[in-house]
Write a protein that binds this ligand. Structure first.
Ligand code: NAD
Length: 358
C-alpha cells in the first residue's frame, strides 16, 4: 500500500484533484491518500496557507500529488508552491511537452522536456520593499560599491545563481537525457546581459556538459529560444533553464501542445517528489466543473512511473491518449471555440477515462 499526500489546492484544484483521484483509483494500484488542505481557504481558516502538517505529511510519505494553489499578485502571502519546493529541496522541475494525437495544435511533432531549476534565481524570495530600511541599506551599499545609482524609490529582488544548484540541475538534465534515450540538451540563459548570474549558469553548464560527450549540447539566449520554439519546436529535445525562464518557457511549451490543460509536471529532489500540473488555480473557473483535468491526470501518470508502477502508468496514459484521440469527451479548451456546446465537463472526462480502464 502506497501512502501518498494529496493536496487538492484551491481554485480549480479540488475539482481536477477529485477527477485525478477517481481515475487513479480505477487502476489497480493500492494507494491510501493522506489528504492535506493548503492554499487560500486554509489561509483564511488557519492564518497560514501552508500549515506545517502539510510539509510533515510529504516528509513522511515522500510522494505528493498536488493541485494548483493561488498566490496573491503583488501583495499578500508568498507562494506556497515556491515554499514547498524550497522547504523540501525539490530542486528539479520536470515538465514534458509532447504532442498528443487528436489535439488541435499548430504543430504535430513537439517532444520537448523542460528541466527548470527550482530553488534559486529571482524565485529565491529575497526581496526588499520600496521605502523599507532593507531597500535603503541595499541601494546605499550598491551605489557605493558600483558607482551606479539605484533610485531610492526602487523595490529590489535578488537573483542568486550558484555553481552548486546549477551543477545539480544540469547533471540531472544530462542523466535524464541518457536514461530516456534522448539526444540533445540545450541550456538557456541571458548571459550576454547578466554575466555573473546567467553567465555562471552557462559556464557551469558547459563544464558539466564535458562529462557527457555522447550527448549533443548547445546554448541559447532565452529570447532567441522563445522565437525558435514557436517556429521550429521539432529542433529541441531536453531544455535546461534557470528558475524564471523555466517558468515562462514551460507555459510556452504547453502552448505548443494545445495549452495548459495538457501539461503535466513533477518537482523532484533527493528525498521527495511532488507531482502537479504546470497550470495554476484559474480562479475564474472555480467550481464550474469545466476545466481540463488531463494535466493533473498526466501528472498522476508521472507519479505512478516514479513509484515504479510502470504498467499502471502506461494503462492510464493509454486511456488518456485514447480519450483525446476519439475526441468525444474533451473540455472546452480542446475545442475549436471556448463556447463549443459539445465540450465535456471535468467529471465527464474522468468518467470517459475510467470507462477505458475497466
Ligand atoms: P493559470 O494557469 O491558473 O490560468 C491561466 C489560464 O489558462 C486560465 O484562465 C485558463 O484559461 C487556462 N487554464 C489553466 N488551467 C486550465 C485547465 N486545467 N483547463 C483549461 N484551461 C486552463 O494562470 P494564472 O491565471 O496566471 O494564475 C492563477 C493563479 O494560479 C495565480 O495565483 C498563480 O500564482 C497561481 N499559480 C499556481 C501554480 C501552482 O500551483 N503550481 C502555477 C501557476 C500559477
Amino acid at each position: 500500500m502506497y501512502k501518498i499526500t494529496l493536496i487538492p489546492g484551491d481554485g480549480i484544484g479540488p475539482e481536477i484533484s477529485e477527477a485525478t483521484k477517481r481515475v487513479i483509483e480505477a487502476i489497480d494500484v493500492p494507494i491510501e491518500w493522506d489528504v492535506q488542505e493548503a492554499g487560500l481557504d486554509v489561509f483564511e481558516r488557519e492564518g497560514t496557507p501552508l500549515p506545517q502538517r502539510v510539509i510533515d505529511s510529504i516528509k513522511k510519505n515522500k510522494v505528493a500529488l498536488k493541485g494548483p494553489i493561488t498566490t496573491p499578485v503583488g501583495t499578500g502571502f508568498r507562494s506556497v508552491n515556491v515554499a514547498l519546493r524550497q522547504n523540501l529541496d525539490l530542486y528539479c522541475c520536470l515538465r514534458p511537452s509532447k504532442t498528443f494525437k487528436g489535439t488541435r495544435t499548430k504543430f504535430d511533432n513537439v517532444d520537448i522536456v523542460i528541466i527548470r531549476e527550482n530553488t534559486e534565481d529571482l524565485y529565491a524570495g529575497i526581496e526588499f520593499e520600496k521605502g523599507s530600511d532593507g531597500a535603503k541599506k541595499i541601494t546605499d551599499l550598491i551605489n557605493q560599491l558600483t558607482g551606479k545609482t539605484i533610485r531610492h524609490d526602487s523595490g529590489i529582488s535578488i537573483k542568486p545563481i550558484s555553481v552548486y544548484a546549477t551543477e545539480r540541475i544540469v547533471r540531472f538534465a544530462f542523466e535524464y537525457t541518457r536514461k530516456n534515450n534522448r539526444k540533445k540538451v540545450a541550456v538557456v540563459h541571458k548571459a550576454n546581459i547578466m554575466k555573473y548570474s546567467d553567465g555562471l549558469f552557462l559556464e557551469t553548464a558547459r563544464d558539466v556538459a564535458k562529462k557527457y560527450s555522447d550527448i549533443d549540447f548547445e546554448d541559447k539566449i532565452v529570447d532567441n529560444m522563445c522565437m525558435q520554439l514557436v517556429q521550429k519546436p521539432e529542433l529541441y529535445d531536453v531544455i535546461v533553464l534557470p528558475n524564471l525562464y523555466g517558468d515562462i518557457v514551460s507555459d510556452l511549451a504547453a502552448g505548443l501542445i494545445g495549452g495548459l490543460g495538457l501539461a503535466p509536471g513533477a518537482n523532484l529532489g533527493e528525498d521527495y517528489a511532488v507531482f502537479e500540473p504546470v497550470h495554476g488555480s484559474a480562479p475564474k473557473y472555480k467550481g464550474l466543473n469545466k476545466v481540463n483535468p488531463l494535466a493533473m491526470i498526466l501528472s498522476g501518470v508521472m507519479m505512478l512511473r516514479h513509484l515504479g508502477e510502470k504498467k499502471a502508468a502506461e494503462r492510464l496514459e493509454n486511456a488518456v491518449f485514447s480519450v483525446i484521440e476519439e475526441g468525444r469527451y474533451l473540455t472546452y479548451d480542446m475545442k475549436p471555440a471556448p463556447d463549443d456546446p459539445t465540450a465535456s465537463t471535468t467529471s465527464m472526462v474522468a468518467d470517459a477515462i475510467i470507462k477505458k480502464l475497466i
